[in-house]
Design a protein around this ligand. Structure first.
Ligand SMILES: [Zn+2]
Length: 234
């Protein structure tokens, strides 16, 4: 009876570890991933996923320019093709851009061929449109599997997770988005926000854009310096 239980327990542990690797955005199981900056300083990092977006991204760029704050934009390749001018304005404003796949697919259920195409297509689109080759990758929803690491290594990417998100995609209101960021902020935090919608190129992210001035003000009032995510690259 005991002997029979051992393989089951081992299997459950392995399955648990596998699930952790797939679903936990900062898991190292499928290769190195950066989920936060230095915990002993006063820096934090703004990141925006799923753009470029025809309404929110330019509004966000205006706020960042007015406040002199850098951010990282993890772009969906198909959205870059649809809104190339916006993608170029992000780069022209001096912000960093990352690869967020071509079609915002959940990679953990995909095989090596599709994963390679998703990352390479987005890499080529972003590079061609903006003139800048991304060096950072973030998986949609953080979902990865062993095939993702093989491609990111070959493309020379660092893989980023995040320290906290605030479910701004669910549009809880700009004041609530701001409050959640203020509540969760801590040293080294990589803040996950959304200037776009992974499944709708023109999705409404106006609440996130409207929340941003307050988010920046709160961070500064609390003594934080908002730094570019590239500070965390080797
Ligand atoms: Zn996304």
């Amino acid at each position: 009876m005991i002997d029979a239980a051992i393989p089951t327990a081992v299997g459950a542990t392995a399955a648990g570890a596998l699930a952790l690797g797939i679903y936990y955005p900062n898991s190292w199981l499928f290769g190195g991933v950066i989920g936060h900056g230095p915990r002993n300083g006063n820096t934090a990092y703004l990141t925006f996923d799923d753009g470029p977006n025809p309404t929110a991204t330019d509004h966000i760029l205006e706020t960042l320019a007015a406040q002199g704050v850098p951010a990282e934009f993890f772009m969906v390749g198909a959205h870059v093709q649809q809104y190339p001018g916006i993608a170029r304005r992000v780069v022209a404003a001096g912000h960093e851009i990352g690869n967020h796949t071509q079609h915002h697919v959940k990679l953990h259920v995909r095989g090596p061929g599709r994963i390679r195409r998703e990352l390479e297509q987005a890499h080529n689109v972003i590079t061609t449109v903006t003139g800048v080759a991304p060096r950072a990758f973030r998986a949609p929803h953080g979902y990865r599997n062993p095939f993702v690491a093989a491609v990111t290594q070959r493309l020379g990417y660092r893989v980023f997770g995040w320290t906290f998100g605030v479910w701004d995609s669910a549009r809880p209101g700009a004041d609530e988005i701001r409050r959640r960021v203020r509540t969760h902020l801590r040293p080294g935090a990589i803040i996950l926000l959304h200037d776009g919608d992974g499944y709708d190129p023109a999705g409404d992210r106006s609440q996130t854009a409207a929340a941003l001035p307050g988010i920046i003000q709160d961070a500064r009032d609390a003594g934080y310096a908002l730094r570019p995510l590239g500070d965390l690259l080797p």
